[in-house]
Design a protein around this ligand. Structure first.
Ligand SMILES: [Ca+2]
Ligand SMILES: [Ca+2]
Length: 401
């Protein structure tokens, strides 16, 4: 038979197609089993995106939650998830961001299941947070209130070394259990009204704090157990607050004193034992000295009560919200009336007792929850909502050591 050129071309094309058109790439159906690891009760995922990145060619494919399966070319993949979750707390609902990641998944074999744990995404990439506030103190053996053993624990919630130098600790001027009808001027959306400004001394790098480590600020850095077996040993605290003009305060020369830029009292500073105020940590901006702060950030105001009574002129200090690193509103659950910080700093509140009696509060603290672990480092929960971030009426950690 005479060979026709057209036949040859067709045969050639067919042969070419057999090799080039054949799909040499195997694919696998990947199914993601997603679990939320959280200390927030009842948190439910609502939306999010899984991103699969092929390690060899950086090609990305996405899958929208609640879909759980996707067909991928066989290969090595990194998987990430960014999404949202909601929870209900008392009568309020809240939304948090969640995230999870798995690396170097060897996808092959037709079907592949990956277990993905997602965590609540903290509001910042990591900074200092208030981890614990021990406010009520203890009873002595005679059953009388014992003072001087209050402490605050501040935790490095990041994965890098942070310096405590210049960190400001402050107590709110207003009480969470006594709402004013009117405050004039009302500065809450720009600054926090405060009654004390206590600052960690140092030149910038004197006080390194390792990731996952804490510092303790306390009233009197002594071994309180010697005078009161119901109390704790604070002689190894990092800093204490001391008022040299006070006959009631004691100084441990071995423990550095906080610099008190301002305090409403000159005798002895006792944190509100009933637990009815807010606390915050922050930093002064570059170039802001103590003298300049004291000169420029006075807060003069009046307030009006529900019954129409207007206060005498008040004078405290204010700390701009953008300088605040972390804020926690504390208020007896049955007595709480309002938050005394902007809601963008703290959407909820935590409490030492349901009621603000010393008898109920004594020996208890508010304690920030652990969100998850990054290796051996505990990452504490920080969603800017103290109602979910804190365990109320908790046992202070220094009492369990
Ligand atoms: Ca003191
Ligand atoms: Ca001292």
């Amino acid at each position: 038979m005479k060979k026709h050129p057209f036949y040859l071309v067709t045969l050639f094309t067919a042969l070419l197609c057999l090799t080039a058109c054949k799909d040499p790439v195997e694919t696998t159906i990947v199914t993601v089993n997603t679990t939320i690891d959280t200390s927030i009760d009842g948190l439910q995922l609502t939306e999010g995106t899984y991103t699969f990145e092929n390690v060899s060619n950086a090609k990305q494919l996405t899958l929208a939650y609640p879909n759980q399966s996707i067909e991928l070319e066989d290969g090595l993949y990194n998987l990430s998830f960014i999404g949202k979750g909601v929870y209900r707390h008392d009568s309020l609902s809240g939304e948090v961001e969640v995230q999870g990641v798995r690396s170097n998944l060897a996808v092959s074999g037709g079907n592949y299941t990956v277990e993905l744990t997602v965590f609540v995404r903290n509001v910042s990439d990591g900074d200092f947070v208030i981890a614990e506030l021990f406010l009520p103190g203890t009873f002595n053996e005679a059953g009388k209130q014992y003072n001087g053993d209050q402490y605050v624990r501040i935790y490095n919630n990041s994965d890098k070394v942070l310096y405590a130098d210049g960190l400001v600790f402050m107590e709110s001027a207003f009480m969470t259990t006594s709402k004013y009808k009117v405050v004039d001027p009302d500065i809450m959306n720009e600054a926090m009204a405060i009654n004390t400004v206590a600052v960690v001394p140092g030149n910038g790098q004197d006080h390194p704090v390792q990731p996952g480590e804490s510092i303790i600020l306390c009233d009197n850095a002594i071994n309180h157990k010697e005078a009161n077996p119901n109390s704790i040993d604070l002689s190894k605290a990092d800093f204490e607050w001391y008022f040299p003009d006070s006959k009631l305060d004691v100084d441990n020369p071995e423990v550095e004193n906080l610099s008190i830029y301002y305090c409403y009292t000159k005798t002895i500073w006792i944190l509100n034992k009933q637990g009815n105020r807010a606390y915050a940590i922050g930093r002064l901006p570059q170039g802001m000295t103590a003298d300049r702060y004291i000169a420029e950030y006075k807060y003069d105001y009046t307030y009006e009560l529900d019954n129409g009574t207007v206060s005498k002129p008040q004078s405290q200090y204010k700390f701009p919200n953008e300088w605040i690193v972390d804020a926690v509103n504390v208020g007896a659950n049955n007595e709480w009336q309002w938050n005394v910080t902007a809601s963008k700093l703290d959407m909820g509140h935590t409490y030492i007792g349901q009621n603000n009696t010393i008898a109920e509060n004594i020996g208890k603290c508010v304690l920030r929850k652990v969100s998850h672990k990054d290796g051996s480092r505990e990452v504490l929960l920080d969603t800017d909502n103290s109602s979910v971030d804190f365990t109320p009426a908790a046992t202070p950690t220094l009492f369990t050591k």
